[in-house]
Design a protein around this ligand. Sequence first.
Ligand SMILES: [Zn+2]
Length: 90
Amino acid sequence: MNDNTFIRPMFAEPDGTVLGYMCAIDWECEIGTADGGNKVHPSVESLKAAHTCWEDCGIVEVRVSFSKLVSPPAKDYGAPTPNDQEGKEG
Ligand SMILES: [Zn+2]
């Protein structure tokens, strides 16, 4: 596997990262440990609609960055793979 593989998110900032919004308690106490994962929302409005806890917990803006490809997508899934750098539409 090519360790230099980079998959750029479709809605990334110019530097390849993505800004998002999380419940501040999820960020402080759960990120990196929650087996069920944690949600990152695309906007404050989206977070408020999904997390009724926001007034108590607070809201943080986070920046998500790509680290490495752990397992390549299936060949017919459309995202670029280490052996298919140009990818496909879809
Ligand atoms: Zn919360």
